[in-house]
Design a binder for this molecule. Structure first.
Ligand SMILES: Cc1ncc(COP(=O)(O)O)c(C=O)c1O
Length: 426
């Protein structure tokens, strides 16, 4: 993306040019800490805090009347937040809602879209997606009395890190009814071409959706162009919506008439919901995919966190993310390769997401030494340290300092006092 130089002065110069550097002020960052885990759990922001405190205050003030009497529209909060999320991926406001968690939204989407017809009866997934998607699909298939071995078709990786798009396209055969694939792979950061995959899937009569957990809030997806059928994601990573934040769900408007596979009263038409009729009539937007009452305190954190994105061009976020990660790779190549570090993610901008997959045979213990030195990294078994310079709050100087810390660890052998094995939460 650019040409880079060694030395801290260069990093300071890059920070001075950064058009979105001011966004860091929104977040609770810590002196002497380099937070490289925004792709696992984004930092808390003052905006999220403000919105949660407001919701608490509203609960105190309004009691049950919080649903209709407060200035914030909590009854339609999922629609309000959905519209804010939609802007980030250029979807229509009514196509996005916020509900449940990613895993349950996989269940919801498969229950909605898996309509086997004759020989077209398979669900297509890949072996590198975060395992919960596969667990959910396998259990769904079993609950229908079907055999996962026969019903779930798995695309395999050639190198254990990435997916070959030709293999994905070749797997889109006539027996596939629905496909669920990741946008960015959680380990290797490979970014798939969602538009191309959707186009071919549709040519072959396949419904296709994506897990955007590792791209929402970081990559400037254009859903008007991608035009896939559904998508789901968690809001606690790049979006910083809070630990276990309520998740995101996109349903393409052309499918509104289908209604949800899993229904509940919160997805009912809002004008008749409280008539509590015998028959469910789903709202004619993604909100129709709601099930039960929304968790307002958790929704508020996402609502507040999304305010930071107001007026921010996602293209600028993506550009900074690509630049920060390219700079990190440059520093790894020039300063760390002699210590046995390699870059495990794809190199080209068009096929990589927001983190760098730093590989080393002793990654587990180096990761421990990084933590002791004030870095918050993310270890993925057996040999990957994921480093995600979240562009809203990470500076070029943080990236520079991180690499110097890694050098010092290797020079002093600070990692050798740790065992080279993973902890319980990694
Ligand atoms: C791609 C992907 N999908 C799903 C999840 C987790 O889903 P949930 O929010 O339901 O725990 C993760 C968590 O890291 C993930 O990386």
């Amino acid at each position: 993306m650019g040409t880079y130089e060694n030395g801290r002065a260069f990093a300071e110069y890059k920070d001075s040019l950064d058009p979105i550097a001011h966004l860091r002020n929104h977040f609770y960052t810590k002196e002497n800490q380099i937070y490289m885990d925004g792709n696992s759990l984004g930092l808390c922001s003052k905006d999220a805090e403000r919105a949660v405190l407001r919701a608490l205050e509203d609960w105190k003030t309004y009691g049950i009347n919080i649903w209709s009497g407060a200035p914030t529209n909590y009854f339609l909060y999922h629609d309000v937040i959905g519209a804010k999320l939609a802007r980030l991926i250029n979807a229509k406001p009514e196509e996005v809602t916020i509900c449940a968690n990613t895993t349950l939204n996989v269940h919801q989407c498969i229950a909605t879209f898996y309509k086997p017809e004759g020989a077209r009866n398979k669900i297509l997934i890949d072996e590198l997606n975060f395992p919960t998607d596969r667990y959910a699909i396998t259990s769904f298939v079993k609950s229908r009395g079907l055999d996962p071995e026969k019903t779930v078709k798995v695309i395999h990786s050639r190198d254990g890190k990435t997916l070959n798009e030709e293999d994905i396209l070749a797997a889109m055969t006539e027996d596939v009814a629905v496909a669920l694939l990741p946008s960015v792979l959680y380990r290797s950061a490979q970014l798939l071409d969602l538009e191309r995959l959707t186009k071919v899937a549709h040519e072959k009569g396949i419904i296709i959706g994506f897990d955007l957990c590792h791209s929402i809030g970081n990559i400037d997806h254009d859903f008007a162009k991608i035009d896939c059928d559904f998508a789901l994601w968690c809001n606690y990573k790049y979006l910083s919506g809070g630990p276990g934040a309520i998740a995101g769900l996109y349903i393409n408007a052309r499918h509104f008439s289908r209604g949800p596979g899993l229904s509940g009263w919160w997805g009912n038409r809002k004008d008749t919901q409280f008539e509590l009729r015998d028959t469910f009539e789903h709202a004619d937007n993604a909100g129709g995919w709601q099930t039960g009452t929304g968790a307002v305190l958790s929704l508020a954190a996402v609502d507040g966190a999304l305010d930071i994105y107001e007026g921010v061009d996602m293209a600028a976020v993506r550009a900074k993310s690509l630049d920060l990660t390219a700079y990190l790779m440059y520093l790894i190549d020039t300063e760390l390769s002699s210590y046995g570090f390699t870059v495990g993610n794809p190199r080209e901008d068009a096929v990589r997401g927001g983190h760098v997959a730093l590989e080393h045979a002793e990654a587990a213990r180096i990761n421990e030494a990084l933590k002791a030195a004030g870095v918050v990294p993310d270890f993925r078994y057996p040999n990957v340290i994921r480093l995600a310079p979240q562009p809203l709050y990470i500076r070029y100087t943080d990236v520079y300092d991180l690499v110097q810390i890694l050098k010092t660890i290797m020079d002093t052998g600070a990692h050798l006092k740790y065992e080279n094995k993973a902890g319980t939460v990694a």
